[in-house]
Design a binder for this molecule. Structure first.
Ligand SMILES: [Zn+2]
Length: 302
């Protein structure tokens, strides 16, 4: 999906008003021009405050924002567009609190919800993609340092399986999956969801990988590492990604609760997977935001 490149200045000029954002969304929704979903008539009345288009022939009303993350929002589209633009910037490193201040959004709850709706759209966009070729796979543990066991048996930490395509001198696409515990059945499920039958997986020598990947009929190579220090050499891309996202979560978000971690992982992978199309990211994320079943505050808090 090709999208136009937008610099900060071009973005500012293009989305100078709420009307400009409404028109842009209209063109994404109805690229061929408006047609009444009920009778096909091409002329409408526009109800500005509710973003509703009413058919001049049959009076059927259709919302511009139905089926998008903007549905039912009281925040102007312009602020949403800015938020998407800023979150789509690679390495932007903005916390929700700084976004709230920059965009002058009254409540933290609103900006927090907006952030998660955008993250969910990013995750939904990447969900159907599979990893192919040689794939590095490893598990990692997120969360504050609690005394006690480290690594695979650690208590109170979020457990994440990281898979990255190893294309030699560069990494391909990546996925990160939070699991409730590190065991063979979760490894098998993640492999089944994310890999193609042509993938070949590289891991350390932990027995759970061997049995789970054999069961999934995935080709597998593993190296038994003597100490934790050797692992980054064996699985370099996994470890580079982990260092980046952990630094990001610690430094910018000041930690993330386990409950919402998956969406931060999705946001990180979404940007990573498109790091060669940085200038197009606003258009791409916006498209993702218009094609998703969104999530409500009560669903997030449940
Ligand atoms: Zn009609």
């Amino acid at each position: 999906m090709q999208q136009e490149s937008l610099s900060l200045e071009e973005f500012q000029e293009k989305f100078v008003s709420e009307e400009a954002c409404v028109e842009y969304l209209f063109r994404i929704r109805w690229p061929e021009g408006y047609g009444c979903p009920r009778c096909g008539h091409g002329r409408y009345y526009f109800h500005r405050t509710r973003h509703l288009y009413e058919c001049k022939a049959c009076r059927y009303q259709v919302s511009l924002t139905a089926g998008t993350i903007f549905h039912g929002t009281r925040t102007p589209l312009r602020k949403w567009f800015w938020m998407i633009f800023l979150m789509a910037r690679p390495k932007s490193g903005l916390s929700m609190l700084s976004l709230q201040r920059m965009l002058k959004i009254k409540s933290y709850k609103t900006v927090w919800l907006m952030g998660h709706k955008i993250r969910k759209a990013m995750g939904d966009r990447d969900a159907p993609y599979k990893l192919a070729g040689l794939v590095e796979m490893d598990d990692s543990y997120f969360g504050g340092s609690k005394p006690g066991k480290e690594g695979r048996g650690a208590l109170g930490k979020a457990k994440v399986i990281v898979s990255v395509e190893d294309r030699g001198r560069k990494a391909g696409f990546a996925k990160m999956s939070q699991v409730d515990s590190m065991n063979g059945s979760n490894i098998g499920r993640v492999a089944g969801d994310h890999l193609t039958h042509e993938s070949k997986v590289k891991t350390d020598g932990w027995a759970a990988y061997r049995s789970a990947l054999r069961e999934q009929k995935v080709e597998h190579e593993y190296v038994v590492v003597g100490s934790g220090k050797e692992a980054p050499k064996l699985l370099p891309w996994v470890h580079t990604m982990l260092a980046n996202i952990k630094g990001n979560i610690r430094g910018i978000h000041r930690g993330v609760s386990h409950k919402h971690l998956q969406r931060y992982l999705d946001e990180f992978c979404y940007r990573f997977n498109r790091r060669f199309w940085e200038d197009q990211l606003f258009g791409r994320v916006l498209c993702a935001c218009t094609n998703t079943r969104t999530v409500s505050y009560s669903e997030l808090k449940a």
